[in-house]
Design a binder for this molecule. Structure first.
Ligand SMILES: Cc1cc2nc3c(=O)[nH]c(=O)nc-3n(C[C@H](O)[C@H](O)[C@H](O)COP(=O)(O)OP(=O)(O)OC[C@H]3O[C@@H](n4cnc5c(N)ncnc54)[C@H](O)[C@@H]3O)c2cc1C
Length: 222
């Protein structure tokens, strides 16, 4: 058995473990960090993701909205550092219904999520007094509208979403949402963490040895 020493051992090199290694090493200048996984990095669940993100989450409470707003801030910072490499877009999510009975609950849900901190809700009835609707092709990531746009007029819906059935009666277009290359983000963070000294080791954490209420050692199967 080989004994190696580390101040921090991170169990698992999925996106969660890699992000922790990156934050500790790059942003908090911590050294002597070991990332342990029996598999190559980012190959288990993190390899299966649809790679979409959104800040538009229902309650109860605002925990998810706050978590996601902060997480998206961090994604945007990474994207600013390496824009050519970390593909990210802000196309939004679309929730649509052709059922008139569902419209009231769609509006109530959207108002609640907006109140929780996901951004303003703009309602479009197809009248001259409507707020401005900016389609996704007319903005980038950093000048994108916040919150959501709720389209309640059939002509408007067909103009901007012609691929939806003409029976569609409401479209909720949530804006701080989109797609990003999660694998690329993960590899970028891993490279930066390794440049700051994080060691990646193949192994399986088998035991955590605690002495006097403190972690004394981690036993690995190498
Ligand atoms: C089909 C699908 C679609 C998804 N779509 C999205 C999406 O669009 N947007 C989104 O945000 N999320 C999505 N997710 C969720 C997201 O992919 C996961 O939340 C995320 O990948 C989990 O990352 P993780 O690092 O926690 O876990 P994992 O990627 O599973 O990493 C865990 C790692 O720990 C290692 N490990 C386990 N036990 C040990 C041990 N004893 N010692 C050492 N290492 C160990 C494993 O080998 C593995 O590499 C989706 C998930 C799935 C399955």
């Amino acid at each position: 058995m080989t004994n190696v020493s580390a101040d921090v051992v991170i169990c698992g090199a999925g996106i969660a473990g890699v992000s922790i290694a990156y934050q500790l090493a790059v942003h908090h200048q911590m050294r002597n960090i070991m990332l342990v996984d029996p598999l190559p990095p980012l190959t288990m669940t993190s390899d299966k993701s649809t790679e979409s993100y959104r800040n538009w989450w229902p309650g109860p409470g605002d925990a998810m909205v706050r978590l996601m707003n902060r997480s998206i801030d961090m994604l945007e910072q990474l994207h600013q550092q390496a824009p050519g490499r970390l593909h990210m877009n802000r196309r939004g999510y679309v929730y649509a219904t052709a059922n008139t009975d569902s419209v009231d609950s769609l509006i109530a849900g959207a108002q609640e999520i907006s109140r929780l901190g996901a951004g303003p809700l703009r309602i479009h009835h197809g009248r001259g007094s409507d707020p401005i609707y900016t389609p996704f092709g007319e903005h980038g990531i950093f000048d994108a509208p916040q919150g959501a746009d709720l389209l309640l007029d059939g002509d408007l819906i067909q103009r901007y979403f012609p691929y939806l059935t003409k029976r569609t009666v409401a479209v909720l277009h949530t804006r701080r949402c989109g797609w990003f290359a999660a694998q690329q983000f993960g590899m970028y963070m891993l490279e930066k963490a390794r440049e700051c000294g994080v060691q990646l080791r193949s192994g399986q954490v088998a035991d955590v040895i605690v002495n006097g209420g403190k972690i004394e050692a981690i036993r690995n199967r190498w």
